[in-house]
Ligand binder design. Structure first.
Ligand code: CA
Length: 711
């Protein structure tokens, strides 16, 4: 059995069997701490010796999101109840994993705000607002989210949406230092959690959709000074390359890729391997998505869509494995990486487990980056698998969207699995993946022109929009699904799956209590038997849940906590598709559970349904089509595909400004800049803005006639 090979788990089980007590007794072996948040390298490397804490983003450096705690188990999980909740005053997305150190919980909310709570009671200890200028929100592809903090020697570290790395005093939340990590002339954002390795804070950024060049940097945790920076794609070849690998990488590009950044951003996965002393980062898609625009004469476009191993002291390149050469589909490889030792052909191998957006589950030798096995973990149609001799995907003939009317590619840019963290239980040997099944109609854009404030995909965003023919629409929506998949990485096959009505369900947590916890897009927080997938507990969270759960103990009592709240790219950008998952509201709050917990949530206040009352649509079809193209390019990534909002940001079909000139004050004069809606005047003329509105009026009338349900 696979768990036998894991000495740590064998040790933990021995302790349980011999003393007949629960694991919370191991709290006695927790090191004496020097003060709040005193996480050290020794504690992080030995995180399994203190299972009562959740010391880092994935709990341990291996980022398995597996907890040895088992007070809460399949036998008693039906007694799990709410211990406390903590309300957040925002309606933007919640993606953070909390860190719990010695009874204190640290986490982030929207706009990179940081909170410290008493982990047993939910009482607020302090909060910190980095005061991200709201106009920076336009630079975020995927909501103004943040996925969490890192703790190190009494300090809390957070990357802010506007590109700062901030160090706070863990006791007080007071600012210690902050450092700008980006060039603000470009649309960089930070949404990922920093990681701390050997006294260095490692942080990347996002923006691959908007024309940035990807990199990851290390800062000294004490002083905030930059120690190294590694660029993931080559810059202008007329200038010296920053590292030898970039000279090689430049040979895999063509045209003038550097002018549009190239992408390859390190927006999520950054994982340290203490055994091999390597740092693995996952890189994002090439930018623009359409490879023929990005690199017109072809080429693999290294190091986009890759896992790259670096030396943590220097940022020196060690190896890479590219999952998608010549990416055409926004197939980021930035999704979380899990380090594990698993048996392959009778030998224990040091591997990393990866389920990136492209729908293929990879087991990769982390000593050299060689792919050991790779198999689709859900339905895909862009490839049939991976050629293990070359490591390259075996693409189908529709992959690079040929011709005028190419069929949809599955998965689409949402990814078969995105940032929602997966987990791996060394006891069951299974990986628990929140899977999205959503295709996307890619068609190359005619006459693509890079625009600073637009989505720069290089594809025809009108062709990608939801058709309004009811039969076609229904057929498309019927294919949209989600599921929780338990995947066996040794056999490379599904052990069990739980079907969901739609995608964008939460990250997962596996425990030694034979449980897997997951929040759902439909508004539940649930537990399943880790070995069989049998549902054993469910809680009405009143809101969609995307984030990853954690578990910890305070005074020997086990808690499970989840940051509830709906948002992210799915409800912002995908319009009606997002309704498949559940018509949830965003109620942002931290929820903590324990056995016998008796707290309850206040009932949700009734919300009055808005009334669709647009001016009459009188425009000619040419104007409407022109407006549609502008809307899909400039507006849809926040206000929703074909002007249907997923309920997080305003649905413009209901806007009173459709009937007055305030529309122009907002779109061109920046009247709502303080709310995050900047002026688009530099790229959107008065006529453009008028045509956009004409299109929204048309859509509002169309929806009224169809009685399209709305939020
Ligand atoms: Ca991307």
């Amino acid at each position: 059995m696979s768990w036998l090979v894991d000495a740590r788990i064998a040790l933990v089980l021995t302790v349980v069997v011999s003393c007949g007590c629960n694991l919370s007794t191991t709290k006695h072996s927790q090191p004496q701490t020097a003060g709040p948040g005193s996480v050290t390298e020794v504690r992080l490397v030995n995180a399994d010796h203190e299972p009562g804490n959740w010391l880092a983003y994935g709990r341990t450096y291996n980022e398995e999101r597996f907890s040895p705690l088992q007070e809460i188990s399949g036998r008693n999980v039906n007694q799990l109840g709410l211990a406390w909740s903590f309300d957040l005053d925002t309606h933007r997305g919640q993606e953070a994993t909390p860190i719990v150190v010695d009874g204190v919980m640290y986490f982030t909310s929207a706009w990179s705000r940081v909170f410290a709570l008493n982990a047993a009671t939910g009482a607020l200890l302090w909060s910190y607002d980095p005061k991200v200028p709201r106009e920076w929100g336009v630079n975020a592809c995927c909501d103004v989210v943040n996925r969490g903090v890192a703790l190190w020697k009494g300090k809390v570290y957070v990357g802010t949406l506007d590109g700062r790395l901030v160090a706070l005093d863990a006791a007080t939340g007071k600012l210690v230092w902050e450092q700008l990590t980006i060039d603000r002339n470009w649309r960089y954002t930070i949404t990922g959690a920093p990681r701390i390795v050997k006294g260095k804070v490692i942080i990347g950024n996002g923006g691959g959709e908007f024309g940035v060049r990807g990199y990851v940097s290390a800062y000294d945790a004490e002083s905030g000074q930059m120690v190294w920076r590694f660029y993931t794609v080559p810059g202008d070849p007329a200038k010296p390359f920053e590292s030898p690998i970039l000279a090689q990488a430049a040979k895999t590009w063509s045209g003038e890729w550097w002018k549009n950044g190239g992408g390859g951003t390190v927006w999520d996965a950054i994982v340290y391997d203490p055994e091999l002393d390597l740092l693995y980062v996952g890189t994002g898609n090439g930018g623009p998505w359409n490879g023929k625009i990005r690199s017109p004469k072809g080429g693999d476009n290294l190091l986009t869509c890759s896992i790259v191993a670096l030396r943590p002291e220097t940022g020196e390149y060690v190896w890479h494995y590219q999952e998608d050469a010549a990416d055409d589909w926004d197939f980021d490889s930035s999704e979380q990486i899990i380090l594990a030792d698993i048996p392959i052909d009778g030998k224990t191998r040091k591997v990393l487990l990866h389920a990136p957006k492209n729908g293929i589950f990879y087991v990769i030798d982390r000593e050299n980056g060689a792919v050991i096995s790779a198999r689709p973990y859900t339905f895909i149609n862009w490839a049939t698998g991976v050629d293990l001799k070359t490591g390259r995907p075996m693409e189908t003939d529709i992959a690079h969207y040929p011709g005028e009317n190419p069929p949809p590619i599955v998965p689409g840019p949402l990814g078969a699995h995105s940032w929602q963290p997966m987990s791996y239980s060394p006891i069951t040997g299974l990986t628990y993946i929140p899977v999205n099944d959503v295709g996307f109609k890619f068609k190359a854009a005619d006459n693509f022109e890079f625009k600073k404030l637009a989505a720069n995909y290089g594809i025809d965003t009108v062709a990608a929009g939801m058709p309004q023919d009811p039969t076609i629409k229904k057929a498309i929506l019927d294919t949209v699904k989600g599921k929780l998949v338990a995947w066996d990485p040794v056999q490379q096959k599904q052990a069990w799956a739980v079907e969901r009505p739609g995608p964008w369900n939460g990250g997962t947590l596996a425990t030694a209590g034979n449980l897997v916890f997951e929040g759902t897009a439909a508004g539940r927080f649930e537990a399943y038997r880790a070995d069989t997938g049998e549902k054993v507990w469910s809680f009405d969270a009143q809101t969609g849940v995307m984030a990853g759960p954690v578990t910890y103990t305070v005074k020997g009592e086990q808690y499970v906590a989840i940051l509830a709240g709906w948002g992210g790219v799915f409800p912002l950008a995908t319009g009606e598709v997002s309704f498949k998952s559940g018509r949830v509201r965003n109620v942002s709050r931290m929820l903590a559970f324990k056995l016998g917990g008796k707290a309850s949530l206040p009932p949700l206040p009734e919300v009055e349904e808005p009334i669709l009352n647009p001016p009459r649509s009188v425009a000619d079809s040419a104007t409407i089509h022109r407006g549609e193209a502008l809307f899909q390019r400039f507006c849809a990534s926040c206000h929703g595909d074909v002007a249907v909002s997923g309920g997080v940001l305003p649905d413009l079909r209901y806007s009173s400004t459709l009937a007055n000139d305030r529309w122009f004050k907002i779109v061109r004069d920046g009247a709502y800049q303080s709310l995050g809606m900047v002026s688009f005047a530099k790229e959107v003329s008065q006529k453009d803005a008028a045509d956009m509105r004409t299109y929204v009026i048309f859509r509002a009338n169309q929806s009224k006639a169809d009685q399209v349900p709305h939020k």
